[in-house]
Design a protein around this ligand. Structure first.
Ligand SMILES: *[C@@H]1O[C@H](CO)[C@@H](O)[C@H](O)[C@H]1NC(C)=O
Length: 427
């Protein structure tokens, strides 16, 4: 590829005063060259000390007049916690490390880093939200990849019509999009599980549920049907931990647990070896494994979370779930007051329960507010809020009506403040 060659030449030249941009060099490589020169300029000569690579800034800052985008559940709320923990979650990866494709040729999953697996199992034992003994642990590029791997693994092998994939409405808006995106011959979106009347299906059980925070069990009873449990939000900052779950396929993600959405790491606990092997096959063909760099980073982050609870040398400030629960509870209090003050919205009822992790009765603090408009003059609440420069996701995307929207509760303090203040002013 011509672009690649000219790019390599540019890298070799980086640091010299002038580089004549060849005609063949395209704009993408020019942009990369500028970025590299910037980083090269910042490096110390010895090269031995770790250089902190500057990351992209993410979304633009929020001001009282700006648009607040609470469409995605972007967990930037957690930055405050990780900024305060010093370097206990920092990693340095030398240039020669993590080069091989392979991580663990002795295990079931050849691309899972043993250190990552160890810390994930430790975390589940600490929190008590899922059984890990007797389960195969798979890693994926976010739980979204594992979700697709699970659909592949659970689809019947024999030729025939695609198996239906269902979930009770309101269901996570990505389920239909991801399921139907490639028009697979193996599976297709079958809609609301409550109205499904076929014999066999794959049911997606999301608990606490995205978007409405409800606690869910599988609703499909037929023996030939299979369930995938999406436990992205089954963590003590969002909901009381009431049992160590032990379903056939359980999906988790660092994104909603520690806030590291950009690390793109999820994991699956899978009971059946054959299903696990099919899921591994999918990931092999899809991305030839999962970034080791991300796994090492996630392992360090999860280790810091566990150490925060298990090592006495760590203070209260290093307790992630406590930090996040307090933050979520404070936000939910403010939101409920604002909704009451405005008089035109409703929210789901509070769900109390005994949490085995905190040994306390707590109320749930869902990661999304499922906000409903209760008057008759607006049918499209998403559009109505967009006029107020609040970006949310409308109910029709979740299989229900448009008078309800999903609003992220895990964004920055600034975005949340602006959102609540605007909401209070609506009558
Ligand atoms: C949980 O709390 C109760 C009541 O405060 C207490 O009696 C009990 O010992 C606690 N259990 C654990 C495991 O800490």
């Amino acid at each position: 590829m011509a672009g690649r060659e000219s790019g390599a030449a540019v890298v070799r030249c980086a640091g010299r005063i002038g580089v004549v941009a060849s005609v063949a060099m395209n704009l993408a490589w020019l942009a990369m060259y500028i970025r590299r020169r910037y980083f090269t300029a910042r490096r110390s000569d010895g090269g031995a000390e770790a250089d902190v690579v500057e990351a992209g800034k993410g979304k633009p800052p929020v001001t009282p007049d700006s648009v607040v985008n609470l469409d995605h559940g972007d967990p930037t709320m957690y930055e405050e916690f990780w900024r305060a923990t010093g370097d206990c979650a920092t990693i340095v990866i030398p240039g020669w490390q993590t080069m091989s494709y392979f991580s663990d040729l002795s295990g079931v999953c050849w691309f899972v880093e043993p250190g990552f697996e160890h810390q994930v199992r430790r975390l589940h034992r600490l929190v008590g939200n899922a059984m890990v003994d007797g389960y195969h642990l798979l890693v994926g590029t976010g739980s979204t990849q594992l979700f697709q791997a699970a659909l592949y693994a659970l689809s019947p092998a024999e030729d025939g019509s695609p198996i239906n994939v269902v979930s009770p409405a309101p269901y996570y808006s990505s389920y239909p999009s991801v399921t139907n995106f490639l028009n697979s011959a193996l599976y297709r979106w079958g809609g609301d599980a409550n109205t499904f009347d076929g014999d066999t299906c794959i049911e997606l059980v999301c608990s606490p549920n995205n978007p409405d925070g409800g606690i869910r069990k599988a609703v499909i009873k037929s023996k030939s049907s299979k369930a995938i449990h999406d436990f992205a939000y089954y963590w003590p900052q969002y909901t009381p931990i009431t049992e160590a779950a032990s379903h056939d396929i359980m999906l988790f993600t660092v994104s909603k647990c520690t806030g590291h959405a950009g690390t793109r790491l999820g994991w699956a606990l899978v009971k059946d070896k054959e299903v696990a092997q099919k899921m591994i096959k999918f990931i092999e063909l899809n991305t030839i494994g999962v970034s080791k760099d991300s796994q090492l980073r996630a392992a360090k982050i999860i280790k810091a979370v566990c150490d925060g609870y298990e090592l006495s040398s760590y203070g209260d400030a290093s307790r992630l779930f406590h930090f996040a629960r307090h933050k979520m509870a404070a936000r939910w209090n403010r939101l409920r007051l604002a909704v009451e003050a405005s008089g035109i919205f409703t929210l789901p009822d509070e769900l109390p329960g005994h949490c085995s992790f905190s040994n306390d009765t707590i109320i749930s603090n869902p990661p999304f507010a499922w906000l409903r408009y209760k008057k008759d003059d607006v049918e499209d609440l998403e559009g109505f809020l967009r006029e107020q420069k609040i970006i949310t996701r409308g109910g029709t995307r979740f299989g229900v009506d448009g008078k309800v929207v999903r609003v992220s509760m895990v964004d920055t303090d600034e975005a949340f403040d602006v959102f609540v203040n605007r909401l209070v002013s609506l009558k």
